[in-house]
Design a protein around this ligand. Structure first.
Ligand code: FEO
Length: 448
């Protein structure tokens, strides 16, 4: 073993990484150490049988990687199920890579490509999305394949220059342009703001495969296989919604625009940049994206999110939840914001039709973690929810007033009478909170 390096995104570090591309060296992975993952070099040859090289279609291969190490996506979103960075290799008269992976996984990524190409060059890198979880290996790809041409649009190339200082060997595409690879060809469609401004998708015309960038992606690694029909997909649906809510959720209108555009295509396979390749569940994932981007709830139900310092707002929460169930609605999800990351609560707010928020008055305002949640909701511009609120205070109540005005800010219907309690909770306020829950249930039932 010879070298230890810390992987990073900037060019000098990529220069350091250059040696890792020498073919006789085997890269052995070591665990994350802080933000940097260390890699040691050995002279052991690669065992190239270790990768799943079964093609998605004739000569189209999955060359993505599983990240089971990262704790926080974008350094703030928990990853209990990990995340996959997907890249695809099309081998034709020309060879094209579609997107790449986080640079931390360059060793595995290049080994997978090498195992398929066996020394052949890559002609094109299609950059559907230049966020670093997909574009991290561009600098290394340029070094390994000096003749590679980067395919993107004008916005991609502005960022390519800004992030990597790369401004040559570019192949610019515009809406509807087609790139021939030989037997296969790719047609490009712009999908701005799903998730960044430069995002585009590529449609493979022979087997009708959509390379969709972040769209239809999900948190969660690909356990054992990348193809949805080969694995149990149960774990993905909640994580897919959480991914959508947190990453794409603000961009409902652009997502709708992209879906309308793509509805004209005959799509048999969706190859997203995160999570499984969708074939069996294709219509389900498209339907979910359509629903979420219209801010339409998936089902009847109530999210009750509360903060509580000493248990009084929590007592009201119990009463509200009892009222909802007694009123005839079974789907009640109660979140203590101090114990659950905002992203999971946000995901369920996309899922269910109703939201009830409880907060004590804190420094003349709303409890900080409730503020964080409401800010996340407001940023996503979630529409058409039924809403109510409650809270408690010790000497001067302001939280419930502010929570009530949130309904107006979001243009949501306020249901029942907000409940505000001073100090300990006695029967009268408990009953009022129960009735608030009942009122929400009645409203939901009226929509059945
Ligand atoms: Fe998976 Fe927007 O990057």
């Amino acid at each position: 073993m010879y070298v230890v390096y810390a992987d990073m995104f900037t060019t000098p570090q990529q220069e350091t990484l250059k040696t890792m591309l020498l073919p006789e060296r085997h890269l052995k992975r070591f665990p994350m150490i802080g933000l940097a993952r260390c890699v040691m070099y050995t002279k052991t040859s690669l065992n190239r049988k270790m990768y799943n090289k079964r093609p998605i279609a004739e000569n189209i291969f999955y060359v993505g990687v599983n990240d089971r190490q990262k704790n926080l996506f974008e350094n703030y979103l928990p990853l209990p199920e990990g995340v996959a960075y997907n890249s695809y290799l099309i081998v034709d008269e020309k060879v094209a890579l579609v997107d790449s992976v986080d640079v931390s996984f360059a060793d595995i990524y290049f080994a997978k490509i090498d195992a398929i190409l066996k020394g052949r060059d890559v002609d094109y890198l299609i950059v559907n999305h230049i966020e670093p979880d997909h574009a991290g290996c561009i600098g290394l790809l340029k070094q390994k394949y000096p003749n590679i041409r980067i395919v993107g649009n004008a916005k991609t190339f502005d960022m390519l220059n800004g992030y990597f200082g790369i401004n040559t060997q570019l192949h610019e595409v515009k809406e509807g342009d087609t790139l021939s690879l030989g037997k296969r060809s790719l047609t490009f469609y712009m999908a701005p703001m799903v998730h960044w401004v430069e995002v585009m998708v590529a449609y493979e015309n022979r087997d009708k495969i959509l390379f969709s960038a972040d769209a239809f992606g999900t948190f969660g690694v690909n356990d054992g296989d990348y193809l949805d029909s080969c694995i149990n997909t149960d774990k993905y649906w909640d994580e897919m919604r959480r991914y959508y809510a947190c990453i794409v959720g603000k961009f409902g209108v652009p997502t709708q625009n992209a879906l309308k555009k793509l509805s004209a295509l005959d799509i048999k396979t969706i190859c997203s940049t995160h999570g499984p390749v969708w074939q069996k569940e294709l219509s389900k994932v498209v339907g979910l994206y359509d629903k979420w981007s219209r801010y339409e709830a998936e089902e009847e139900g109530v999210v009750i999110a509360y903060g509580s310092m000493y248990g009084h707002t929590q007592q009201l929460t119990e009463a509200v939840a009892e009222g909802v169930v007694a009123g005839g609605v079974k789907n009640v999800v109660v979140y203590n914001v101090s114990k659950k990351d905002t992203s999971f609560i946000l995901s369920d707010i996309f899922r269910y039709k109703a939201l009830i928020v409880g907060s004590p008055t804190y420094m003349g305002g709303i409890y900080p973690l409730i503020e964080k949640l409401l800010s996340a909701v407001e940023h996503r511009g979630i529409k058409n929810r039924l809403y109510s609120c409650f809270g408690s205070f010790s000497w001067a109540g302001t939280a419930v007033k502010q929570l009530t005005s949130f309904a107006q800010a979001m243009n949501w219907e306020l249901i029942g009478s907000p409940v505000e309690n001073k100090q300990a909770v006695f029967a009268e306020k408990y009953q009022a909170a129960f009735e608030l829950g009942e009122a929400m249930a009645e409203k939901l039932k009226s929509l059945r």
